[in-house]
Design a protein around this ligand. Structure first.
Ligand code: HEC
Length: 147
């Protein structure tokens, strides 16, 4: 998690610093994934967004334990390894630069940390950890692209 917090801390500075170049320039690092792996990654990403929305909706509805269950199953450590049975060129993880892969793993761990607390039903504590669910999304999207 420390890396993520650090990356987010830098974010506002980086945004201001590059304001003059913001349009038309993409300074994110290109991660070269074979087309099937790109497709698998993007599909997983759309599922991530749906899962995140589900967790937020459940939190707002006061269904804190259920939010924890969804977070663990769909975003947490339990959601890792989904592509393991696919051919190598359709697995995103092995083609990522190690640092990018690390952000992904940190994100799964952060989701599980949120989930563990939410599953106790403690709304305030779960709310305090809620931003951790999106920290990895932001950190990775801000640093990497695949095309
Ligand atoms: C390890 C890096 C990484 C993490 C973590 C990550 N993403 Fe992504 N995401 C990507 C990359 C790379 C793309 C493709 C960008 C491109 O098109 O170049 C992407 C694309 C997407 C897309 C667009 C999918 C499409 O159809 O093109 C969505 C939506 C998305 N991510 C949501 C999320 C959400 C929500 C999270 C957090 C729960 C998340 N991502 C976490 C790397 C990541």
């Amino acid at each position: 998690m420390k890396n993520l917090v650090f990356a987010l801390f830098l974010l506002p500075t980086a945004t201001v610093g590059s304001a003059g170049l913001a349009f038309g320039e993409d300074s994110r690092q290109l991660a070269t994934l074979p087309p099937p792996a790109q497709e698998a990654l993007r599909e997983e990403m759309r599922d991530n967004l749906v899962a995140l929305n589900e967790v937020l909706s459940l939190m707002v509805a006061g269904k804190v334990k259920e939010a924890g269950e969804v977070a663990e199953a769909k975003l947490g450590v339990s959601a890792m390894g989904k592509h393991r049975s696919k051919p190598m060129d359709a697995r995103p993880g092995p083609h990522m630069p190690p640092a990018m892969h690390g952000i992904g793993m940190d994100g799964h761990k952060a989701a599980s940390e949120f989930a563990a607390v939410a599953k106790t039903g403690d709304r305030d504590k779960a709310l305090a950890l809620l931003p951790n669910l999106t920290s990895a999304c932001v950190a990775c999207h801000f640093s990497y692209r695949i095309r």
